[in-house]
Design a protein around this ligand. Structure first.
Ligand code: CMP
Length: 140
């Protein structure tokens, strides 16, 4: 079925000027942009977004990094969106990411890994609602 996922182009990739190239790969892979914005997270907002990781040793660094510069947040639509997007972006650690994946091409490190992709339909909805209002999520 057609469904949605949520992505962020993270500060490393945005700052390196790779947002356009990444969005091109996303569109060429069949994902439709439903909602998109350039924004910047405060450290507090990053902490809320990643609250699920708050007991992890990397949480503090992750929140600092994710608030270090602008990002793109976007909702994407496609058949089998969540799973297919995770295939397109590759493994969390770019050292383990398959050839041709967004993280293999653009990520700098395990932390600075270029893009986020939701891990479930439920989290896609929660994460999309973190950045976008109901009106902004209507799509076209
Ligand atoms: P993502 O899977 O999008 O969301 C959690 C993020 O935390 C992950 O991308 C990385 O940016 C970061 N991350 C995950 N695991 C580690 C780790 N072991 N060390 C540092 N950062 C990590």
């Amino acid at each position: 079925a057609t469904n949605r996922t949520f992505t962020m182009i993270k500060p490393d990739a945005f700052g390196a000027g790779n947002a356009g190239a990444i969005l091109k790969m996303i569109e060429e892979s069949g994902f439709k942009l439903v909602a998109m914005k350039v924004t910047r997270l405060s450290a507090e907002a990053a902490g809320q977004f990643y609250a699920v990781h708050k007991e992890r040793p990397f949480y503090g660094d992750l929140c600092a990094y994710m608030s270090s510069g602008p990002i793109i947040a976007a909702i994407l639509e496609k058949e089998n969106a969540v799973a297919d997007f995770r295939t397109l972006i590759g493994a969390t650690n770019p050292a383990n990411a398959a050839e041709g994946t967004i993280r293999k091409i653009f990520a700098k490190s395990l932390e600075e890994n270029a893009v986020h992709g939701s891990d479930s339909d439920e989290n896609a909805a929660i994460e999309g609602s973190f950045f976008f209002s109901d009106l902004e999520k209507v799509g076209v």
